[in-house]
Design a protein around this ligand. Structure first.
Ligand code: P61
Length: 506
């Protein structure tokens, strides 16, 4: 049992409780000079994905594959069985997935999108719909490459950064029912519900909502597939926010969530603490058989699916650690702490603070930049210039669909790797961003100079429409926790939502 006092601290995040681990191996990091950051950013085409990590001081680009492995994971890696077929490491991984999540069939993949690819090829036929709570970039891309049509059925609160709804990862049931009823016979490939919806700020769903979705999909004979990449944090939010679940042990709750679905994909690079790996897990025998037929074409033999034996050992151990409540609580507590530092200083962020990062609301931070000039991309560039902190755009660059107009969320994600940074790092990050508030009106918009055909945000290049202010003159660090007047930027609401919601009337 986690002592009460500690639970309280993690919930009311201005004092963090100590992490349930300590460092044994460290990696040096250093802050480049303002001039060096300017030139690194220009070389990267003002896209933080294209920065070299040696030019980054605090790397909050992603929690994907960037967490610290445990000593138990490292020890397990020594046991890696690199047999091409029948590897002992595969069977240990299979057991770990079955034990925690209860799925019968386990197909390893090189990472999450490998599992998404298999799933889309297995379940999606041209013209079929995939209703989902919002979207994720790679998930949607694979569905569309298979000829499917993505349909957003998230609750409307998901796209309002100022709405403190506790379960913004819920599916809008009337909208889902409408889509299912209006679809042609056999017109739905599957329904997808993502734990801690990434694009809305890491927002959880409730068990009640998942169960209702399950009932509706069962009635219609449509598979319900979880994106369970961040299921552990979702389970902790359920414990804290949904009546009746507070005393449930975390592993039992995670299993109860998984039991409401027909299958799941995992990017194991997040909750499972591994640098690489993913899983497709299903209950249906025939679907699993077909997945094993396909995995040999795209990933490798079904007993490794693109992973080395030592990767599967680290993953099996990581799965067990992902259900450790102290570890998960510490992580969401860290994210909440950073959110609190920023919100208290008047920085406009998405509320409630979600699972894996604090999301800045660029529409309120930089109201002078119209969305066609990529305010979140510009803000991510400015955050790097200000203090060597790397973040990620989650706005029009990531979310616009082809040439369709986009006026949806415009966010910058400050994502925390698991078990990596400490309180001093978080305070530095907060101070860097708070220092930007005073210079926000000088940050210029951008022009996109190059956009690749698929998932453009990864490799697009930009040019500033006016010079960025000189970071040497703006990085006045103030106390991150010093009381500060709430800025007008923090008070304003951002524009209503979202032409990116692709409801169908078919
Ligand atoms: C991330 F900018 N997420 O959040 P893979 N489902 C979910 C994910 O969060 C996810 C995948 C599937 C990443 C990496 C990333 O637009 C981006 O193991 C809920 O990355 O293949 C990945 O899993 C895919 C960053 C992916 C992005 C796509 O940072």
């Amino acid at each position: 049992m986690w002592p009460d006092a500690v639970t309280r601290l993690s919930r009311h995040a201005l004092t963090m409780f100590p992490p349930p681990f300590k460092a044994k191996v460290v990696e040096p990091i250093s802050l480049r000079s303002p001039e060096a950051r300017r030139s690194a950013l220009a070389d990267a085409g003002y896209n933080t994905f294209l920065l070299r990590s040696e030019d980054v001081f605090i790397d909050l680009l992603t929690d994907s594959g960037t967490s610290a492995v445990s000593q138990e994971q490292r020890a397990a890696m020594e046991l890696g069985d690199e047999a091409y077929a029948g590897s002992r490491s595969f069977f240990r991984l299979e057991q770990a997935v079955r034990d925690l999540y209860g799925f019968r069939h386990v197909i390893p993949t090189h990472q999450g999108r490998g599992a998404e690819h298999l799933l889309a090829r297995l379940l999606v036929r041209p013209g079929q719909l995939v209703p989902s709570n919002l979207y994720f970039t790679t998930s949607r891309a694979h569905v569309e490459l298979a000829g499917g049509v993505w349909v957003d059925v998230a609750v409307p609160e998901a796209c309002d950064p100022t709405d403190a709804h506790p379960f913004k990862g819920n599916i809008d049931l009337p909208a889902l029912v409408r889509v299912l009823r209006e679809a042609e016979r056999d017109g739905i490939a599957f329904v997808r519900q993502e734990a801690c919806v990434n694009m809305a700020g890491g927002q959880p769903f409730s068990i009640a909502n998942l169960r209702a979705v399950r009932a509706v999909t069962r009635e219609q004979g449509v598979p319900l597939i979880l994106d369970a990449t961040r299921i552990s944090e979702n389970a902790v939010f359920i414990k804290d926010r949904e009546p009746g679940w507070n005393d449930e042990p975390l592993p039992a709750l995670i299993r109860a969530i998984a039991a409401e679905s027909d299958g799941a994909i995992f990017s194991s690079k997040k909750d499972h603490f591994v640098p690489i790996g993913g899983v497709l897990a299903v209950n249906d025998d025939r679907l699993a058989e077909r997945a094993r037929e396909l995995v040999v074409v795209y990933e490798g033999f079904p007993h490794y699916g693109g992973l080395a034996g030592h990767d599967m050992e680290a993953l099996a151990q990581g799965i067990r650690e992902s259900a450790d409540e102290r570890t998960v609580r510490h992580y969401v507590g860290q994210v909440a702490y950073l959110g609190r530092l920023l919100a208290d200083a008047g920085v406009p962020i998405v509320v409630p603070v979600g699972a894996h990062g604090v999301f800045l609301d660029a529409k309120r931070f930089l109201p002078q930049i119209p969305q066609e000039q990529f305010p979140a991309q510009a803000l991510a560039a400015a955050v790097y210039l200000a203090g060597g902190v790397r973040s990620m755009e989650r706005g029009i660059v990531s979310g616009q669909h082809g040439e369709e107009p986009y006026d949806g969320l415009e966010l910058v994600r400050l994502t925390l790797p698991r078990r990596v940074y400490g309180e001093e790092h978080l305070r530095y990050v907060a101070e860097t961003i708070i220092s930007l508030l005073d210079h926000a009106e000088k940050i210029p918009g951008l022009r996109m100079a190059y956009a690749p055909e698929y998932l453009r945000f990864f490799q697009a290049r930009f040019e500033p429409l006016a010079p960025f202010p000189d970071p040497a003159t703006w990085a006045t660090v103030r106390g991150a926790t010093a009381p500060r007047r709430r800025s007008a930027r923090a008070e304003g609401r951002s524009r209503p939502r979202a032409a990116d919601r692709r409801r169908t009337s078919a």
